[in-house]
Design a protein around this ligand. Structure first.
Ligand code: AMP
Ligand code: ZN
Length: 109
């Protein structure tokens, strides 16, 4: 089966600007920023979206949110405020079917 785009990014087959990496989670800059700061946080295990990951292994959601906390506390984002968004399916406009959380900030949204 063809690997998904974010699995290729996780396996360093497609270059991205990484901002956070642990054994479980990767954070990187979105290629089409919708705000001054626009990052994506993904788990290294592939699932399609939040409903699949919460059924399969909800602890992965904790891994991602701990990574977001760690990153946003070490940068100005927590102090100044930020938004977390996730899309599920076509009505939400999901284009990459690997669970991911958009982290938006760096300006008033
Ligand atoms: P979504 O529409 O919620 O599925 O979000 C997918 C996001 O992935 C979009 O905001 C895209 O700009 C972003 N994206 C697509 N390809 C890349 C890439 N090669 N590197 C970084 N971000 C990407
Ligand atoms: Zn994937």
């Amino acid at each position: 089966m063809e690997k998904c785009l974010f699995c290729k990014i996780i396996q360093n087959e497609i270059p991205v600007k990484k901002v956070y990496e642990s054994d479980k989670v990767l954070g990187f800059e979105d290629i089409g920023p919708q705000a001054q700061t626009h990052l994506l946080f993904v788990h290294k295990n592939h699932t399609e979206h939040i409903n699949e990951v919460s059924q399969y292994d909800a602890t992965q959601l904790v891994d991602i949110f701990q990574a977001i906390r760690s990153y946003t506390q070490e940068n100005k984002l927590e102090k100044e405020g930020f938004r977390v968004v996730t899309n599920v399916g076509k009505n939400a406009g999901q284009t990459v079917f690997h669970t991911h959380f958009h982290v938006l900030g760096g300006e008033k949204l």
